[in-house]
Write a protein that binds this ligand. Sequence first.
Ligand SMILES: NC(=O)c1ccc[n+]([C@@H]2O[C@H](COP(=O)([O-])OP(=O)(O)OC[C@H]3O[C@@H](n4cnc5c(N)ncnc54)[C@H](O)[C@@H]3O)[C@@H](O)[C@H]2O)c1
Length: 305
Amino acid sequence: MLSDSKVKLDNQDRTNKTVAVLGCGVIGRSWAKLFLTHGYTVKIWDPAPNLHDQLSIYFGDDLFQRMILSDSPEKAVSGAFFVQESGPENPLKKHALYQGIASTLDENCIVASSTSTIQPSVLQRDIAFADRVLVGHPFNPPHLLPLVEVIGGELTSLETVNKALAFYRSLNKTAIHLKTERPGHLANRLQAAVWREAVDAVATGQATVEDVDLAMKASLGPRWAVMGPFETFHLGGGEGGLEHFFDHLGGAFEALWDDAKRPNVTEKLKQEICQALIHSDTSINNNERIEAIYQKLSKVVQMTS
Ligand SMILES: NC(=O)c1ccc[n+]([C@@H]2O[C@H](COP(=O)([O-])OP(=O)(O)OC[C@H]3O[C@@H](n4cnc5c(N)ncnc54)[C@H](O)[C@@H]3O)[C@@H](O)[C@H]2O)c1
C-alpha cells in the first residue's frame, strides 16, 4: 500500500469527473461550489421542497446550470466516483441513506461524510461498502477554508483513506489524516477549549461578549492564521524555542488547565450571550454581510497559504 504522500488518484478516478453531494444545506452546497469550480460534474440530492429556488440564488446562473439535481439519492450517486454526504447530523438518517445507495453505488466509489460528531465506525456498521466509508470533515465554508479532517473507521481500508486524501488535496484542500476516532475529531476539540473559556469569561463577569470577540480577533485569531499553537510557542520561546518555553512558561500554562467542568451553561447565561449578539450583522440572512465575511476569509486564506 502506498503512503499518504505517494498515492495518486487512479486512472478511473482521473477520467471519472462526477461527484455526488447528498444533502445540500449549509455545508453540502459549499462543497458543491468547490467541486464545480474545480471542473467536476456535480450531482445533487436533497429532499428539501424548495431546493431548486434556494440553490439557484446561492450558485448564480453559471454554476447552477452546470449542476445536476437528482430526484433520488440512488440516482445522484450513480456514476459518481466520490460521494460527499452532508445530510442531517443523525446517525440513523445517515445510515438509512447509505443503505439506500448501496445498490447503485459504483464499485470503487468512496462515501465521505461531513459529520462533525459521528464516528466513521458507527456510520459503516452493516453497510455493504463499509471499507469505502469514512469521514471527510470540513470547516465551514468548505469552498473557502482549506482544512478537511479525514478519519477512517474500523472497517475503512487504507486505500480508501489515501484516495480521499489525494482527492481533497487535488482540490487544494489541506487534508490531514486523523489516526484515531475521537468525539469532535481534532479542530473542533481545539475550538471547544477556546469556546469554553469564551463562555466562562462572560459567565464569571470577566469580560463582555463583545470584548471576548475583540480579544480573539486582535490577538490569537491573526496569530493562529499564520502559526499553529506549537509554532506560536516555539517562537515565544525565543532563542531556546519550544524547549525553553516548556521550561519557562509551560508550568504556568498547565496551572490553567483544570477539569473543565465549567462554566455551567444555564438558560440565563445563554440568553445573556445571545442578547449581546442580537444586533450582530452576521445573520445568515444578511447576504451582503456574509459575502463580505467570505471575501475577508478568502483573503486571509490566500495570504496564509
Ligand atoms: N454547519 C457547520 O458548521 C458544519 C461544519 C462541518 C460539518 N458539518 C456537518 O455537515 C453535515 C450537514 O450539516 P449542515 O450544517 O449543512 O446542515 P443543514 O441543516 O444546513 O443541511 C442538511 C441538509 O440535509 C437535507 N436532508 C434532510 N434529510 C436528508 C436525508 N435523509 N439525506 C440527505 N439529506 C437530507 C436537508 O434538507 C438540508 O438541506 C452534518 O453532518 C454536520 O455535522 C456542519
